[in-house]
Design a protein around this ligand. Structure first.
Ligand code: C2O
Length: 542
């Protein structure tokens, strides 16, 4: 196999957006960062050099990292951060996966601006027939880094001083294009649509789907969607068609409801005069669902199915060895005395799974586990059922889930265990989906619904034929999702909400997959330049 080398320098870069110039954390001064494009089967080596006065790490979101857990990236889960002035070379292979993924910083909130596209070209031809004229990455950023949602780093003309910062993609009439759509926003699930055109979804999270055609897609932070679009419309005099992304939330407060727009420009009609700012500000895109369109959201997720073809069979575990049922909650607690709380009156937010609010440790869990170090940084007692008294049947979630414990509790499974994890939303605020991401594994979404999971009723209705396979599931607001995976990757794997705010509040846990038999089922030792806990004391802020 080929080995592809990349150099990532984490540096500050002055960027002007929306009339302001400010320093943005970047890789190689680029925003979004450099694209990694490799071929299925390649070895990948990325040397990340930290040139800032803060810690950093990079995560290759959705890359399986089979037996290369040392290269996964989440700070203090698999590695200690790379300190200022130091470097670490992430080495891994992209085996048996293909499609669109992303990479991003995994230390503090750095992924607000430190992110980029990760493409794996398939070994076999695409399992769909249309000849593709070009592949176009579309990566969304959130308002945290540039004060507006962005398409490929560009906010579009609905904001002040941003006419020039508008994404315009030229297309040829009659040709089909592949859009590699990625949501790298910190905190917002998005709808995306292009005026007058439909999108044919063919892959999500680097896993092929049964193709289906839709007027809009929805994509949660950490998720990707590859869709085909044919430029088959008769353009008006401008030659332009609007594209737009807007957040999906079921309540306005306290969210930013702004929209980012860009354009498809038909090559045949070149209108040099076109001025994006001439568009009416109240611009409507008929294809774009309204911000609270839960019906669309539900319908869209239900249409996703694994391709389940002879070449790409669906390997959903039909039987499970273990079921973990966990609540995913936003909670409130009294504001500690002498502290200003940015919460709800005199309360502050935190978040939990089974009433355990995850506290990030100060040493790498993977390293402690691998080297058998005695440590109180974490414990192996994550509760595998919701706390006593929680029965999913109309208990007041506000009262039941406000008393979480703070700690670093994780669970352990033997190599090869087929696990089902039921994720049950119980927030007192049900305004958005929770995109739950599992590191080191893909999983199958065998069931989901609004309301409470019912162990007597729901499993009988699971889809065990062609459930969608992903690395991040948007658990419906006020509902549940059941996922199944085979734990065949020895290491320590983070599970967390991909809304960064919720992770920072504690909506996370992790699990250890033990070694199996022999080398092929075991994690090799860490690489020589691994940022170890021993050399490290976390005096730098993250
Ligand atoms: Cu994309 Cu743990 O993250």
């Amino acid at each position: 196999p080929n080995t592809r080398h990349f150099e990532f320098d984490v540096v500050w870069k002055k960027v002007t957006r929306l009339c302001h110039t400010k320093p943005l954390l970047t890789v190689n001064g680029e925003y979004p960062g450099p694209t990694i494009a490799v071929h299925e089967g390649d070895n990948v080596e990325v040397r990340v050099t930290n040139r800032i006065a803060k810690n950093t790490t990079i995560h290759w979101h959705g890359v399986r990292q089979l037996r290369t857990g040392w290269a996964d990236g989440p700070a203090y889960i698999t590695q200690c951060p790379i300190r200022g002035g130091q470097f670490y070379t992430y080495k891994f292979s992209v085996i048996d996966q293909r499609g669109t993924l992303l990479w991003h910083a995994h230390s503090g909130w750095q992924r607000a601006s430190v992110y980029g596209v990760f493409i794996i070209y398939p070994r076999m031809p695409y399992p769909f027939s249309a000849p593709i004229k070009a592949e176009i990455p579309i990566i969304f950023g959130g308002p945290n880094s540039s004060d507006a949602y962005t398409i490929n780093g560009l906010p579009g003309p609905l904001y002040p001083c941003s006419n020039k910062d508008t994404f315009i993609q030229t297309v040829e009439r009659g040709k089909t294009y592949m859009l590699r759509i990625i949501n790298a926003a910190l905190n917002d699930e998005l709808f995306f649509a292009i005026a007058n055109h439909t999108l044919t979804v063919v892959e999500v999270d680097a896993l092929y789907t049964k193709p289906f055609t839709t007027t809009a897609i929805m994509v949660a932070p950490g998720q990707t969607t590859t869709a085909l679009i044919t430029a088959n419309q008769i353009p008006g005099s401008s030659g332009m068609f609007l594209m737009a992304a807007t957040p999906y939330v079921t309540a306005i407060f306290p969210f930013n409801n702004s929209t980012t727009i860009g354009f498809l420009q038909y090559k045949e009609i070149r209108n040099e005069e076109f001025e994006p700012s001439a568009l009416p500000r109240s611009l409507k895109l008929a294809n774009l669902p309204a911000m609270k369109d839960t019906a669309f959201a539900e319908k869209f997720s239900k249409r996703l199915r694994s391709l389940a073809s002879p070449e790409y069979p669906c390997k959903v575990p039909k039987k499970i060895d273990k079921r973990v049922i966990t609540t995913i909650s936003l909670n409130l607690q009294d504001c500690p005395k002498n502290k200003a709380c940015k919460g709800y009156a005199d309360k502050r937010f935190f978040a939990s799974m089974n009433n355990q609010s995850f506290v990030r440790p100060l040493k790498s869990i993977l390293e402690c586990y691998y080297k058998n170090l005695t440590t109180d940084e974490y414990s192996l007692n994550f509760p595998e059922k919701p706390p006593n008294g929680f029965d999913f049947t109309g208990v007041d979630p506000l009262a039941e889930n406000m008393n979480a414990e703070f700690g670093t509790r994780i669970f352990v499974v033997p190599y090869g265990t087929s696990i089902e994890i039921v994720l049950q939303g119980t927030s007192f605020l049900n305004v958005e989906n929770h995109p739950i991401h599992v590191h080191g594994h893909n999983f199958f979404i065998v069931g989901s619904g609004i309301g409470n999971f019912n162990a007597a009723k729901h499993p009988a209705k699971y889809n065990l034929v062609d459930p969608p396979e992903r690395n991040t599931v948007a658990v419906p607001a006020g509902g549940w999702a059941a996922i199944r995976l085979k734990a065949n990757n020895p290491g320590v794997w983070f599970i967390h909400c991909h809304l960064e705010e919720h992770t920072s509040w504690g909506l996370a846990t992790a699990f250890i997959v033990k070694n199996g038999h022999g080398k092929s089922q075991s994690l090799p030792p860490p690489p020589k330049d691994f940022p170890s806990s021993h050399k490290f004391f976390p005096w730098q802020s993250i």
